[in-house]
Write a protein that binds this ligand. Structure first.
Ligand SMILES: *[C@@H]1O[C@H](CO)[C@@H](O)[C@H](O)[C@H]1NC(C)=O
Ligand SMILES: *[C@@H]1O[C@H](CO)[C@@H](O)[C@H](O)[C@H]1NC(C)=O
Ligand SMILES: *[C@@H]1O[C@H](CO)[C@@H](O)[C@H](O)[C@H]1NC(C)=O
Ligand SMILES: *[C@@H]1O[C@H](CO)[C@@H](O)[C@H](O)[C@H]1NC(C)=O
Ligand SMILES: *[C@@H]1O[C@H](CO)[C@@H](O)[C@H](O)[C@H]1NC(C)=O
Ligand SMILES: *[C@@H]1O[C@H](CO)[C@@H](O)[C@H](O)[C@H]1NC(C)=O
Length: 585
């Protein structure tokens, strides 16, 4: 007894010290050539604090993925048998040997259990430590880097090492070599214009789509309201309930918050029942996400997302997540550096939640190429975990047309490292539903609708036949060498994305972008979940295997329009799936 407790009091550092000398054999874990836009500005201050995230391998992710595909396949007997939080965590938990090796290593550097925080499944360890200590641990040298055009600073290194025995127990450590910062994370609003207070052309004759037989108000061709969306997508007179356990949410980043007063103005304009009930939404702030409610700083993106997703589903329980990103590094200020991984911050929070909302929309993304592959893969496995728990996720496919990136202003070519097309992250993650954009009624593709093929994520089986049919019908040699035909293809689906009548700062505006499409699609998913819950059925969960099979016939196929980009005419909207509007609306 005495011996035991005495032993357990031995500092772990002593045990680690006793390890054989193999402890000292270091090997480079990762090294990068930094983008030319970043130049070395000076040495990093040794006492500058860094919030370091260490990813341990998820020992059983393949099994989680198998479960996910079974329970999302409408032809499988386990369809809808979502996993519990505990079941998901057990499948992504790191191997105990990895946990022990890494915690012993941290302890040998004086970092004890009390200094470590962990993601809900224990697959991420998070520590805060000064540059000087991290440099010793990773056998590296941090510098302050300055961005040539924006003048921003980053504290990064180009290479880091680990003891050889740790290499298989760590997937990645950041911030180290991550120069493509998430600070580029962009809202996918294409443009905003001011508008008159009144909806224009209310007196126009109704429009009939002869292909579908659907009739909508004449004004819906030039102003999109909640009513227009219900008419276009066949949801008129469907009344969801507040009391069947349904829930819906929208994520927000970049200091944007959704304004309560603007929502009331929107409801007064478009959803009278919600206005009469003074309906509002829950706000959850993550990592000091902003919710100042300052009426002069209304976030148009956040307002757009909240107004349409919640307007379509009122009175379903609704939540807005505002996730902070720490401010950029300022030399000489001794504070914890910007690590800015907002997706992982949000994922840590939501995966730890016992009952996450059943349908969640995100209208932010980044060029895939600017997010390190190792990091994108880990964020993507987080989205898979949510899907396995029965959560449907939509994300805007991006507003840059084909390839979706900022083309060189002079040449209009997309600047890529390897000459291939870019996709958008997280839209390219195969466990998310990527939503492109349409306009007008009858609908046609919006020219900014992001679409294309990922370089990082292979094409998932659920979209094989749809995408092969599209590729097979392309004129021979189309864009040869410009895109990777074996990559995950986006978008999956589309919705209206132009002329959305949004309230911001108390004023109605017209907003366009696939930013409008992701919350619209999630709103319809919210209504479908409502119908299922009323019948005692589980929520839809991860949507894509259903969308590409049984549900494919429920879409309006969009066959007019294209998405020019990267100095090319882009792809065409065609019969069946296409890289502009996916399966349709
Ligand atoms: C919808 O608006 C577009 C653009 O203004 C116009 O070309 C088209 O004729 C309109 N469609 C209908 C049915 O009014
Ligand atoms: C909504 O708010 C108004 C003004 O604050 C109040 O008079 C009214 O009773 C409220 N309605 C409901 C249903 O709570
Ligand atoms: C939150 O946003 C307001 C503007 O709406 C700004 O004044 C304030 O500084 C922000 N707070 C933080 C912590 O970023
Ligand atoms: C094309 O995509 C596949 C699947 O993601 C990947 O393995 C391959 O490396 C990619 N090729 C290029 C040239 O990017
Ligand atoms: C298409 O291209 C392939 C390879 O470049 C060539 O072998 C084939 O003959 C072409 N097919 C047609 C129909 O032009
Ligand atoms: C798009 O359609 C136009 C007109 O039919 C055709 O000329 C062009 O080759 C098509 N582009 C692609 C990429 O399929």
């Amino acid at each position: 007894m005495w011996l035991n407790s005495a032993l357990s009091l031995l500092p772990l550092a002593v045990l680690a010290f006793a390890l054989p000398t193999k402890d000292c054999e270091l090997k480079v874990k990762e090294s990068v050539v930094p983008p030319a836009t970043w130049t070395k500005f000076g040495a990093a201050p040794p006492d500058h604090m860094i919030k370091l995230r260490i990813a341990l391998p998820q020992s059983n992710f393949r099994a989680l993925e198998e479960h996910l595909y079974e329970i999302s396949n409408p032809y499988h007997e386990r369809y809808g048998a979502h996993l519990t939080k505990e079941e998901v965590e057990a499948l992504v938990a790191p191997h105990p040997e990895s946990v022990d090796s890494v915690t012993n290593w941290l302890s040998s550097h004086g970092i004890g259990e009390g200094d470590i925080s962990r993601s809900p499944a224990g697959d991420w360890l998070i520590i805060e430590a000064p540059v000087s200590l991290i440099e010793t641990m990773l056998d590296t040298k941090y510098h302050v880097w300055k961005h040539a055009t924006t003048g921003e600073y980053l504290v990064r290194t180009t290479s880091y090492s680990l003891p050889k025995y740790l290499l298989d127990h760590v997937d990645l450590i950041q911030p180290t070599t991550m120069f493509g910062t998430f600070r580029k994370l962009e809202s996918t609003i294409h443009s905003i214009s001011s508008t008159e207070g009144q909806i224009q052309s209310l007196d126009l004759a109704p429009i009939v789509d002869s292909a579908t037989g659907i009739t909508v108000d004449g004004s819906c061709n030039s102003t999109i309201t909640v009513n227009c969306l219900k008419q276009i997508y066949n949801a008129v007179n469907y009344t969801p309930s507040a009391d069947v356990g349904n829930s819906i949410a929208v994520t927000g980043y970049l200091d944007q918050f959704a304004n309560f007063a603007d929502l009331q103005a929107f409801y007064a304009d478009q959803v009278p029942a919600a206005a009469a009930a003074n309906a509002t939404f829950n706000v959850v702030s993550i990592a000091a996400g902003n919710n100042s409610q300052d009426p002069t700083q209304a976030g148009v993106e956040a307002n757009l997302d909240v107004q349409f997703a919640f307007g379509l589903t009122f009175p379903v329980e609704s939540t807005f997540y505002t996730t902070g990103g720490l401010p950029p590094f300022i030399p000489d200020v001794r504070r914890t550096t910007n690590s800015n991984e907002p997706y992982t911050e949000w994922l840590d929070f939501i995966l730890g939640h016992p009952n996450p909302p059943l349908a969640i929309s995100t209208s932010y993304g980044d060029d895939e190429q600017t997010v390190p592959l190792s990091y994108a893969q880990r964020a993507c496995t987080g989205f898979a975990q949510l899907g396995a728990r029965g959560v449907s996720l939509t994300v805007s496919s991006g507003d840059g047309g084909v390839g979706d990136s900022d083309p060189d202003p002079a040449t209009q070519q997309c600047i890529t490292n390897d000459g291939t097309n870019r996709a958008r992250f997280p839209a390219s993650c195969p466990y998310i539903t990527a939503v492109g954009g349409t306009k007008f009624f009858p609908e046609q593709a919006a020219s900014f609708s992001g679409g294309g093929f990922s370089d990082w994520f292979a094409r998932p089986a659920y979209q094989d036949s749809a995408v092969n049919a599209f590729l097979g019908a392309l004129p021979n040699g189309t864009y040869a060498g410009l895109f990777n035909a074996s990559g995950r293809a986006t978008p999956d689906v589309a919705t209206q994305s132009e002329f959305f009548r949004v309230f911001a700062g108390g004023v109605a505006r017209q907003v366009q972008g696939t930013s409008a499409a992701a919350p619209t699609f999630i709103g319809i998913v919210g209504l479908l979940n409502d119908a299922r819950l009323k019948k005692g059925l589980p929520s839809l969960g991860f949507l894509n295997p259903l969308l590409y099979s049984q549900a494919a016939s429920g879409f309006n196929d969009i066959t007019v329009g294209s998405n020019p980009g990267c100095g090319t005419p882009g792809f065409n909207a065609t019969k069946g799936w296409d890289a502009v509007t996916g399966l349709g609306t």
